[in-house]
Design a protein around this ligand. Structure first.
Ligand code: GLN
Length: 532
């Protein structure tokens, strides 16, 4: 097949309806039918990327292989589809404007007035088609962030209108995800909010082809007919999306609702083979029928918003299922931990994860948690900042370097066991300037990590400015903590572990970004097993 087809997913009524999960589930079904599919997210905010956003604002910043700092929905796309995304899969208004303004300065529009229409909308259309033009995908699903009616979404909706017209009805369609609320007092599902949001979309010249209706109760025939009649879509195009026990049920629910069939019929594409979701359902069966339970503490400073650690919690779900273990996550605020209360607060845990993070808030609590895990031989996984905290803890409490610290937290420490990376020293701008994306790492023979990965050379994704200070390598190694993963080009320590401890591993990288339903990450799988 030569020509790429485009599916646009818009949202109505409220945010947080799960456009990302619906997009990923539809993509999964189309992939099972034999199509090559990718998903793109267009975010209407003005930041160039979410890398400069506090996690409280938008949840986790997901990092791709090619080092893009992206919206957390890209994590869902990768976990569902089991294929990597890239810089091109996440575009923000900031990036669109930046390209247009750069072009203007270069004289690309000489003589012309540069305007939202056509210049911004042209750039949006270009960005949407970049993925299709690679020739790698039969279908590109583009999710438009935000809710229809938002001022900032308008240029995107206009770009969708134009693209639909240019590509033709057989080559592009619009799925509108909407809410059908249940009014308990009236005992009724209400269609009016959906009618209004479709009207809003139509005012911008876009008529939805399919409505996916989020609901807490099944939509009966009557409701479906009403929605179809008032929103101007076929009845078969009204798809119910009932609340699910887990996001991983949604592909099966969409299969039952025949969303994939409706999409293929509207795009005039062959149906391919019936989705069987064999491995997916094996994962689900094990996930829903665990034989054991473990209690894992996730120590971080953004724990009030669980989305801030989305990829870690999903990686634990994948690892739990693969071990047939239910993982109960205990969200522990690092600021609530003190040297005194740590034994009490962490006593019931089978494993401890110290999470990534930036800045000094809550780090002493993280260090106390590492000490507790090390001394009490509780399985410990330190991720990025968590690994750095493990090194600091070891330096302070085993090497007796009482003021050991990271330069990030204390510029004047006499023992900077965690130092700013050399190439970071010249950098002043904050956006997209960390050590990002996939970097290689060589594992040491006879290490725990090597038995876990079962291979010598690995590549993992990164997002950091600071690193293990190799001036302390000998001292720390002699005292017992080993550096068992090194980037062989730069000598950067990627992994530390403590032999003799049942399971103590700190990694400078983010293994959570690469865990998917079909490929649970080996580090999480082994950690969860060790917690049992
Ligand atoms: N703040 C630390 C650094 O920049 C750790 C970053 C992280 O945990 N992602 O090196």
């Amino acid at each position: 097949m030569s020509k790429t087809k485009y599916i646009f997913v818009t949202g109505g009524v409220t945010s947080s309806l799960g456009k990302g999960i619906i997009s990923a589930s539809l993509a999964k079904l189309l992939q099972e039918r034999g199509y090559s599919v990718t998903i793109q997210k267009l975010d209407p905010y003005i930041n160039i990327d979410p890398g400069t956003l506090n996690p409280y604002e938008h949840g986790e910043c997901f990092v791709t292989e090619d080092g893009a700092e992206t919206d957390l929905d890209l994590g869902h796309y990768e976990r569902f589809l089991n294929i990597p995304t890239s810089q091109a899969n996440n575009v923000t208004t900031g990036r669109i404007y930046q390209s247009v303004i750069d072009k203007e300065r270069k004289g690309a529009f000489l003589g012309k007035t540069v305007q939202v229409i056509p210049h911004i909308t042209d750039e949006i259309k270009h960005r949407v088609q970049i993925l299709g033009n690679t020739g790698e995908y039969d279908i590109v699903i583009t999710e438009i962030g935000g809710t229809v009616g938002d001022i900032e979404s308008l240029p995107y909706v206009e770009a969708v209108r134009q693209l639909k017209w240019e590509l033709g009805d057989d080559n592009a369609l619009v799925i509108h995800l909407t809410l059908v609320p249940y009014l308990a007092a009236a005992g009724e599902l209400k269609t009016k909010p959906t009618q209004h949001s479709v009207k809003m979309l139509m005012q911008s010249g876009v008529a939805p082809d399919i409505l996916v209706c989020r609901t807490e109760h099944h939509l009966n025939d009557n409701i479906k007919r009403k929605l179809a009649l008032f929103c101007n879509v076929k009845k078969e195009s009204i798809i119910e999306s009932i609340d699910a026990e887990t996001i991983y049920d949604v592909p099966n629910l969409m299969l039952e609702e025949k969303l994939d069939l409706e999409v293929l019929s509207q795009l005039k594409l062959p149906l391919g083979k019936e989705p069987r979701l064999i491995k997916w359902n094996e994962f689900l069966t094990k996930f829903k029928n665990p034989k054991h339970t473990v209690e894992i503490g996730l120590i971080g400073k953004y724990v009030e918003l669980h989305d801030a650690y989305k990829s870690i919690t999903e990686a634990l779900i994948h690892a739990g299922s693969s071990n047939e273990i239910k993982v109960n996550i205990h969200w522990i605020h690092s600021e609530s931990l003190t040297t005194k209360n740590v034994p009490e607060k962490l006593k019931n845990l089978n494993g401890i994860i110290v999470a990534p993070g930036f800045g000094g808030r809550g780090i002493e609590g993280k260090i106390d948690a590492v000490k507790y895990a090390r001394e009490n031989k509780i399985p410990f996984l330190g991720i990025c900042l968590g690994m750095q905290m493990a090194v600091i803890e070891y330096a302070r409490n085993v090497l007796n370097l009482a003021d050991a610290n990271s330069i990030e937290m204390d510029e004047n420490t006499k023992n900077p066991v965690i130092n700013l990376m050399e190439e970071q020293k010249k950098i002043t701008e904050k956006g997209g300037t960390m050590r990002l994306g996939a970097w290689d790492c060589t594992l040491t023979e006879n290490s725990k990590i090597k038995t876990i990965y079962k291979t010598k050379n690995i590549s993992e994704r990164h997002r950091h400015r600071y690193e293990f200070n190799n001036d302390y390598l000998e001292q720390i190694t002699n005292a017992g903590m080993k550096a068992t993963g090194i980037n062989s080009e730069t000598g950067l320590v990627e992994i530390v572990e403590i032999p003799g401890h049942p399971w103590f591993v700190g990694v400078q990288y983010h293994p959570e970004y690469k865990s998917t339903v079909l490929n649970p990450h080996p580090l999480f799988v082994d950690f969860v097993k060790a917690c049992l």
